[in-house]
Design a protein around this ligand. Structure first.
Ligand SMILES: N[C@@H](CCC(=O)N[C@@H](CS)C(=O)NCC(=O)O)C(=O)O
Length: 235
């Protein structure tokens, strides 16, 4: 059976990583049975989760995992979409993964209170004598990556403004539809659930969460997706 390497449920979410949640939903959409394994991070081919092991193949990165399952299992997660809708899906996904993701990194890793109650606990199992050092070094590395991306160079309020623009764009695109591309869920909805779940979890307070909460169609959409794919985590 296919193995999906995950971090494991946390903070009221099936996984703290929106990319892992995206892949879980893709596997469910394609009706592929899989098992989860929380021990894979040290051997992740690209140093990140998710990755999968399928027979003798290791596939890293949620987008390549999707391509692998579509090719290997004959699933088209964008079936019946027009070329324009597929293009929109790709553009929305890039906005979520290469823009909004970094705002979410900022809210979890730069804010002291959120860091202490959230990511700081990733290191709880490390040996006591090096725990604080690893915690401190990893936080510094993540914040350096955020600075390298560019978003981390902005002030808190500028980051909130930019994230809010992406959330508004998502809300406008969704409108009154049940799913982002219409009446039925498609590939893009998996990424959207990953990111909206991460931002809307009541576990972390942030102005970005407040902005998302003011967009009521995003809340009902998140609830609809959660109830469909992760009933145990639905509110
Ligand atoms: N492009 C990757 C992004 C995956 C990613 O950024 N994963 C993060 C968790 S949200 C991770 O594993 N970070 C660990 C690290 O960078 O050390 C994908 O789509 O799978």
């Amino acid at each position: 059976m296919l193995t999906l390497y995950v971090f494991g449920p946390a903070w009221g979410l099936p996984d703290p990583s929106p990319f892992v949640v995206k892949t879980m939903v893709h596997l469910k959409m394609a009706d592929i049975a899989y098992r989860e394994d929380q021990s894979g991070f040290p051997r992740a081919p690209k140093g990140k989760l998710p990755f999968i092991e399928d027979g003798d193949k290791l596939v890293a990165d949620s987008t390549f995992i999707r391509a692998h399952i579509e090719k290997t299992y004959g699933a088209d997660l964008d079936r019946n979409l027009t070329g324009a809708q597929r293009a929109q899906s790709w553009a929305i996904e890039r906005m979520l993964e290469d823009h909004l993701y970094w705002a979410q990194v900022h809210l979890r890793w730069a804010d002291d209170e959120n860091f202490e109650k959230g990511p700081a606990h990733f290191f709880d199992a490390a040996p006591a004598e090096i725990r604080d050092e690893i915690r401190h070094k990893t936080r510094r590395d993540v914040l350096q990556a955020l600075h390298g991306h560019g978003l981390g160079r902005h002030s808190d309020s500028e980051i909130t403004d930019l994230a809010t623009r992406s959330l508004r764009a998502l809300s406008e695109h969704l409108g009154d539809k049940p799913y982002l591309m219409g009446e039925a869920p498609r590939g893009i909805d998996a990424a959207a659930l990953g990111f909206l779940g991460s931002i809307l979890t009541p576990y972390f307070a942030s102005p970005i969460r407040e902005a998302a909460e003011s967009l009521t169609n995003l809340i009902t959409y998140r609830d609809r997706m959660m109830a469909r794919y992760f009933p145990n985590f639905a509110s």
